[in-house]
Design a protein. Sequence first.
Lengths: 114, 531
Amino acid sequence: MDELEGEQTTNLEAAQVSVDQWQEESGAIVVRISGEVDMSNADILRETIDPIAASDVRHLIFDLGGLEFIDSSGLTVLLAAAQKIPQVQLRDPSAIVRRIVEVTGLAEVLPTEP
Amino acid sequence: MAIVEEGGARRQVAPVLVLLLGLAVTGILTWTCWTVNQHNETRLLRLQVKEVGTVLSATLPNVESPLTSAADIASATDGDPTRFAAYAAPYAGPKGPFMLVALYEGSGAATHVVAAVGKWPAPAAGSLSLQSALRRAMAIHVLDVTGILSQPHPSIAYALSVVSKPHLVVYALTAVHPRQPLKVAKNSAFADLNYALYLGRSAQPGDLLGATDISHLPLTGRTASDTTPFGNNTLYFVATSAADLGGSLLNRLPWIVAVVGTLSTLAVAFAAEQLVRGRRLAEQLAIENQALYGEQRSIAQTLQRALLPEQFPDVPGLEFAGRYLPGTDRVDIGGDWYDVIGVGTDNGLLFVVGDVSGRGIQAATTMACLHYAIRAYAAQGDPAPAILSKLSGLLRVSTDGQFATVLCGAVDVRRHEVKLASAGHLPPLLVTAEHCDYVKTVTGAPIGVPNGHAQYAEVTFSVPRQATLLAFTDGLVERRGEPLDVGLQRLRAATSGELCPLDNLLTKVVANVMAGTAQDDTAILGLRWTN
């Protein structure tokens, strides 16, 4: 973690999410998503991730160590990025999130970092 | 539109109240200022008139003293005419206060002039006015002041008896010019006053001694008066202010308050009217928006209901039951659906349960698109994996911002066989008298998430008699903060060994498994083999 580029936090009735991002020495962009993501706050995620997906980033890592819940609205944002960026990986997903990814047939599209 | 008219009527109330209140306050302020100013002007006028009275009192000895001294000389010299005339002469000329100073002796028919000096001749001893003045003077021993005599010229007559020799009376006449305006120096303390001086106790025109402006007598409007004793008579002084004694600003203050107050009130009332109008407009917009939103939602709900099968195909040996539950949050529409499609003539059929990501109208319309596409592909006779593959070409998460999970099963009723393909969807639950287990599916990527050229796999399994297959969307089992398998286990526990009618089973599942906690919308489809 050598460069903290931005952080956004929201406090909604339904769900709280905090998103921050930085670039690793390898050049990979890391976006850390903490809290819960659902339809009420997926746009916050989108505001951070869509610009990254639109750039020429080659490697994006979603750090999900603090992510407790993600619904299909949130997955949509991750999947849209995965369609545009050559290499997208999940880092440290919780068992709950890993199971959601697995059941949804996304284990290949959103592989977990070795 | 009733709303607009009602708003129009209500819009008038607040600004009109503001206007009335503002005008009332302005009126009260103006009246207060005016009253204070009037009170102030009256008080200042009274003060000035009092001062004038004081000044007048101070000048009266100019008249009384020479006459008193002349009487004293007459007393001391026993009425010596030469000595009297010598003393009185300086006072009885054009520069002195009197036109005549005379000494009379005796009364009635015996009256005669002892001495007389001055410009005017001494009145004849028989003159009635002289006789009455002499009589009074002898009786009261104070200066008798009579006026205003018209003969020989307008004048005031003074008569003063000599105390030790009552038969001697000093008699004097002073000319008055009531028609000549009194001159007031500009820098005098009384320069701001219009005033008139009368002999007597009131403003009788015949008693006028002088005035600053004789064309406007008697003085009217705001006046103040004062009296000063003058011998046995009185001087009456009345004045009105020619200018504003308290200054012009104080005098204009009521007008300033009235004009500024009225303008401010109008401005505030106008602003209030604008505010109220703006608020009404916003309220009206909100109402219209709500109506529009309600209409939209109603359209979407109608669309969604229309897409769920109202009646299932009549297939011997098979029963169907379905449920659609909107989420508990305020979005009443979603992208979940189920469908049962008759295929071919040989009792073949296809069942579908799907879930488009996100909520709202966008999800519902995408769902409609996929729903009809599946029906079209099924009509062409495509097997489940081919249907999912073709469906993949219709949606892109990167551009549409949506993806969908779809479970597609081809049922061969006679063979009790199901061929199942899944695009990221949860597996169905197979409930038999002995077992209750999720079907082991091979899940491919969801629709809208292309994954190279990976094909969807087909899993074939057989279904025993009296078995129930429950296909559902994640809203049924997913709870926030809980692993998915816990929810799946809950559903399994709720249905295990249940042999009740299919429709009752679904009701039970909804009641026990969801317990009203699902935020997401949920679709459930049940199939039961009856023989």
